[in-house]
Design a protein around this ligand. Structure first.
Ligand code: CA
Length: 314
């Protein structure tokens, strides 16, 4: 009698993809055929110089323009009057990051921090790579770098993927995923460990009955290092509407840490991941340190694996 076994297996697969994978049970990173290390398109562009012209690159910013024109390639930026965003010296000896980076200063009791958002022409498979550095005094970060799917690049529909915290998305209007540090409710040393925090139409409800981002994380991971530049990259593959064949994956310093398949991101072909927000957003929930500085540099959005950028020879 095989039927009950098949039924149990089917139920297990469905529930895993519906509720994320907080314990890493369905993480395919150890047996994935995705590229790793220096196999990416950045390998030919030390310091990302000229990478914007490379085949498959959709967007790139190395922040070398400095202030005040530093954010001109982006569509939205946190209000300049709040003094949250600044151009700063990346202080990187390898030359990979040039002379300027984006620095986000979030000050508890004064603001929530902020960042930049770019809308872009989407593709079936998308890669997002950026370098980041958490200041030695940086505490927990509530939200970090988020990819949102909107119904269009124009008009009000370009905002359909924003907002909706606590609500289950309409599969034709919204899905999102974020690569974020996760502090495990203060149990991990700040800023915590990397994970995906995702919203989509078949996600699971939290015990309070609301729909908070479902987590995808590896079973084992080191705590994020502070005071050092880290190369982060994540992949999102759209699903075919009606099929659960979407994917997401992330790499830290070229090491594939997480890869998940079987995700039913959307129900409509017109809904495409097309807005990327680079930010450090804090709240008083877990953050206790008054001043929290996070830096970003060498942002690339592309249709294939990007990988770390080589050092620049002097
Ligand atoms: Ca730079």
């Amino acid at each position: 009698m095989k039927l009950p076994v098949l039924f149990v297996l089917f139920t297990a697969v469905v529930s895993a993809r519906a509720g994320g994978d907080p314990e890493g049970k369905n993480n395919l990173a150890g047996k994935s055929d995705l590229p790793q290390g220096a196999e990416g398109l950045a390998a030919k562009y030390p310091g990302d110089r000229g990478i914007a012209e490379a085949e498959g690159v959709i967007f790139a910013d190395d922040f070398e323009d400095g202030a005040p024109g530093a954010w001109k390639r982006w569509d939205e930026a946190t209000d300049a009057k709040k003094n949250i965003l600044a151009a700063a010296d990346p202080a990187d000896q390898t030359g990979r990051l040039g002379k300027a980076c984006l620095q986000v200063t979030a000050t508890l009791a004064k603001d929530n921090g902020g960042g930049l958002t770019k809308w872009f022409a989407s593709a079936d498979t998308l890669h997002f790579r950026f370098y980041t550095k958490f200041d030695p005094d940086c505490d927990y970060v509530h939200h970090f770098c988020t990819l949102r799917a909107n119904k269009s690049l124009q008009g009000g529909d370009r905002w359909s993927g924003f907002g909706g915290a606590g609500e289950k998305p309409d599969g034709a209007a919204r899905f999102s995923t974020a690569l974020e540090p996760w502090g495990n409710w203060g149990k991990e040393p700040a800023p915590g460990k990397w994970n995906f925090y995702s919203y989509w139409h078949t996600m699971s409800a939290a015990p309070d009955g609301k729909f908070w981002g479902n987590a995808f994380r590896p079973a084992e991971q080191p705590v994020i290092r502070k005071g050092e530049w880290i190369c982060c990259e994540f992949l999102l593959k759209h699903n075919t509407p009606g099929q659960a064949d979407g994917e997401q994956a992330f790499w830290i310093d070229g090491e594939l840490r997480g890869h998940w398949k079987g995700i039913d991101w959307r129900t409509a072909p017109g809904l495409r991941a097309n807005a990327f927000t680079l930010e450090s957003y804090i709240t008083s929930n877990w953050t206790k340190n008054p001043v929290n500085i996070v830096s970003f540099d060498n942002v690339v959005i592309a249709r294939s694996y990007i990988g770390p950028t080589p050092a620049v020879k002097k």
